[in-house]
Design a protein around this ligand. Structure first.
Ligand code: CTP
Length: 475
């Protein structure tokens, strides 16, 4: 039964091709890693398949490529003894089985040939060390020397070797352990968790790009707080995102407390993960309160304040993205904008929101107004049911008003209905500051609802405004 099930993982014809190639080269080979893990977890078939050869992985890759339709190119990474072949949508990664030991100051392994068992032992987790044979004599046989199957069943992340060795060999694995725990909802074995805390400083030899890759995967998981709380617990978070750690804690002065903005943030991220898969909106949720640590103040009369935290927070977003070598492009600007505007809908919802306030919100948020509303709704974390219902309802009202104002006033991608050229022509002007003043006045009049967002009304307003400024009409 089990054997049939494992064999079915290898029903794609590519596995027979690899098996034939290995037989011709008289070497053994196995599928290993994420493909086997995800097949057994029924998580769908991954796009990359890792093959380990007991012998030369590069020679096997070349033989396989020569048998495939169109004879795809083989990309060889000689230093690592690996090779990659792309077959349709699938990337096949070939590696020779190795006994590895790592250089302490980099992730570059010192490679020595080894057996399958040597290779499995040097992998990160037991659930990633599962291998399926591609050999003719036992095709489909599962090789599981470290009880990866029972760890899969019991949902445990465990290292094949002493965890201290596995993590020290490649500190990226500390992030991977936490990422898998978050993605799969697995528990990290306690010995392993302790080893991560002990080795946390070694994360510093890992490139920011790889750390961010894992952070993205944590943020994209179903319940990102699982991974974020583990990063916090193990002490990795202050190394990667000290801005978040700084939000932790509740201070009390004269009997007045503020909420713990770190744990609040984690709840907000979980909330937003239920409504959107947009990675950058999830980042915005993660960073929406980071300005609160540097702006926190206590005032005798009003208690705790975080004045201007949205502005400070949006500036911090830039520094944080830069430090982590994240893109400083429109994605970063989007996150900054969300952080900057994160309190606006809330202020509106607490009071009666006038049409002009709604128009200003839509004008400032532009196409991101729905994302902003999604963020603000996720920001509701009160445990008081009555308040929660009230806040949610208030946001519903704001959303409805946005819809009405949008249908009527088309403010979202505001273009001035009267151009600068037309102002110049009307008053026979050369470029001067009056043009800017008139344009701004028209925009303000539209946003305030004094005139509709239309050409005729704007033109009449322009003439009135120009005359007020002492300009005379052309001709
Ligand atoms: N591996 C490892 N240590 C690492 C990275 C990878 O031991 N730091 C091993 C694991 O056996 C892993 C395999 O290499 O399963 C393939 O790695 P990779 O493709 O990066 O990850 P997957 O496990 O396939 O999972 P995912 O695609 O979700 O990253």
């Amino acid at each position: 039964m089990q054997e049939e099930y494992h064999k079915r993982a290898l029903s794609k014809s590519i596995f027979n091709t690899i098996s034939d190639a290995a037989e011709e080269l008289s070497l053994d080979c196995y599928v290993i890693g994420g493909f086997v893990r995800d097949y057994l977890l029924q998580r769908g078939i991954p796009e990359d398949i890792d093959i380990v050869a007991v012998g030369s992985g590069i020679a096997l890759a070349e033989k396989v490529a020569s048998k495939l339709e169109g004879k795809p190119q083989v990309s060889v990474f000689k230093n690592f003894g690996t090779a990659m072949v792309k077959n349709q949508d699938i990337e096949l990664e070939f590696v020779g089985a190795r006994k590895e030991s790592y250089n302490r100051n980099s992730r570059k392994p010192i490679v020595e040939n080894g057996t399958l068992a040597d290779d499995q032992k040097r992998r990160d987790f037991t659930i990633n060390a599962l291998a399926l044979s591609l050999n003719k004599n036992d095709f489909g046989k599962l090789l599981d020397p470290f009880n990866g199957i029972s760890d899969l069943k019991n949902q445990i992340i465990r290292t094949p070797l002493e965890p201290g060795i596995t993590y020290s060999d490649d500190p990226l694995r500390m992030m991977r352990a936490i990422r898998f725990a978050s993605q799969l909802g697995f528990k990290i074995e306690s010995k392993s968790l302790a080893a991560i805390s002990e080795n946390k400083e070694r994360l510093k030899i890992i490139s920011n790009e790889r750390i961010v890759d894992e952070l993205h995967k944590i943020l994209l998981s179903k319940k990102p707080s699982v991974g974020l709380a583990l990063l916090h617990k193990t002490g990795l978070l202050p190394i990667i995102l000290p801005e978040l750690t700084a939000l932790q804690g509740i201070e009390e002065v004269e009997g007045q407390k503020h909420k713990d903005n770190f744990w609040h943030t984690l709840e907000v991220v979980d909330n937003i993960a239920e409504t959107t898969d947009n990675l950058w909106l999830r980042w915005a949720a993660l960073l929406h309160d980071i300005g609160k640590a540097p702006t926190k103040k206590f005032h005798k009369k009003i208690g705790w304040t975080f004045h201007g935290h949205e502005f400070v927070g949006s500036k911090m977003v830039y520094k944080l993205f830069k430090r982590l070598h994240m893109p400083l492009n429109e994605k970063m600007k989007f996150v900054q904008k969300m952080v900057m505007m994160s309190s606006r809908p809330q202020i509106l919802s607490e009071d009666f929101a006038t049409d002009s306030a709604i128009r200003r919100l839509v004008f400032d948020a532009g196409d991101h107004v729905e994302d902003l509303m999604t963020l603000c709704e996720a920001d509701i974390t009160t445990k008081n049911q009555k308040k929660q219902r009230r806040y949610k309802n208030n946001f519903k009202v704001v959303r409805q008003k946005i819809k009405e104002v949008e249908e009527r006033d088309h403010i979202r991608n505001f273009q001035p209905p009267v151009s600068g050229e037309e102002i110049m022509e009307t008053f026979n002007l050369k470029p001067c500051r009056e043009i800017g003043i008139i344009k701004e006045a028209i925009k303000e009049a539209i946003l305030e609802g004094e005139i509709p967002n239309e050409y005729e009304a704007s033109k009449a307003f322009m003439i009135k405004k120009g005359q007020e400024l002492g300009l005379t009409l052309n001709g």
